[in-house]
Ligand binder design. Structure first.
Ligand code: ATP
Ligand code: MG
Length: 228
């Protein structure tokens, strides 16, 4: 199976004394939806920033299919235009498309996330979950083959959370995308094909989401002070 996302022995530190990522290697097979879990400060966002090219690793390499789309934790940090349609179209500005081509790509992308009816809606009049779906539509319109999502449901209520994770799962399957989704919410593992666990910058476990979910639920049941 070919890799949609490949991280090969990546290390990163802000300060040489305190490594943030230590020889991390992981592979998300093309066409699959994987999640990345780990405690606060374990290096999840750093790894995603390295994948996007925002940070350069000290050692190791990353490979991912292009173009890719990025969805942030806070939906207000990524939508730049005043309306839904204009925001999705903005990402296509450099492609020299005709008006009709742009309109079709925006329409299709919004249909893919069930927001076509809101194409003229001002961004400020959307819910958090709808904003995250607009960000996803932006990636779909640009024909992204990889989606990177850093706690995209952190600010959403339970219903919007499930809608978003289901929407990403459906997009991954329908368009054969590859997605890596960072989360702290164990119920989201029900939608994943696989899961990675990061601990203090090292990848300590990976594989079947339900096994990892049970292991993490058992860990949560043990108070911090009793852990070794
Ligand atoms: N700009 C920075 N300068 C120095 N240290 C940083 C910087 N950004 C992050 N760090 C440190 O790097 C480590 C990893 O941070 P990172 O944001 O990757 O963690 P995370 O796993 O995403 O955590 P969270 O679950 O809280 O989002 C933390 O110890 C953090 O304090
Ligand atoms: Mg983070």
């Amino acid at each position: 199976m070919s890799a949609g996302i490949l991280v090969d022995r990546v290390s990163f530190s802000w300060d040489r004394q305190l490594p943030v990522l230590r020889q991390c290697s992981l592979e998300v097979p093309q066409g699959q939806f994987w999640m990345l879990l780990g405690a606060n400060g374990s290096g999840k966002s750093t790894l995603l920033k390295i994948l996007t090219g925002l940070l350069v690793p000290d050692e190791g390499t990353v490979t991912l299919a292009h173009p890719f789309g990025f969805v942030f934790q806070n939906p207000d940090h990524q939508l730049v235009m005043p309306t839904v349609g204009a925001d999705v179209a903005f990402g296509l500005a450099h492609e020299n498309l005709t008006y009709a081509q742009t309109r079709d790509r925006v329409g299709e992308a919004l249909r893919a996330v069930n927001l076509e009816h809101l194409i003229r809606r001002p961004i400020y009049a959307l819910s958090g979950g709808q904003k995250q779906r607009v960000a996803l539509a932006g990636a779909i319109a640009r024909n992204a083959s990889v989606l990177l999502l850093d706690e995209p449901t952190a600010l959403l209520d339970g219903d919007s959370q499930l809608e978003l994770v289901q929407a990403v799962q459906a997009l991954v399957k329908r368009h054969a995308l590859t997605a890596l989704w960072v989360t702290h919410r164990l119920n989201e593992l029900d939608y994943a094909d696989g899961c990675f666990l990061l601990e203090r910058g090292s990848l300590v476990d990976q594989g079947e989401p339900q096994r990892l979910k049970r292991a993490l639920q058992a860990q949560i049941a043990v108070p911090w002070e009793k852990r070794t």
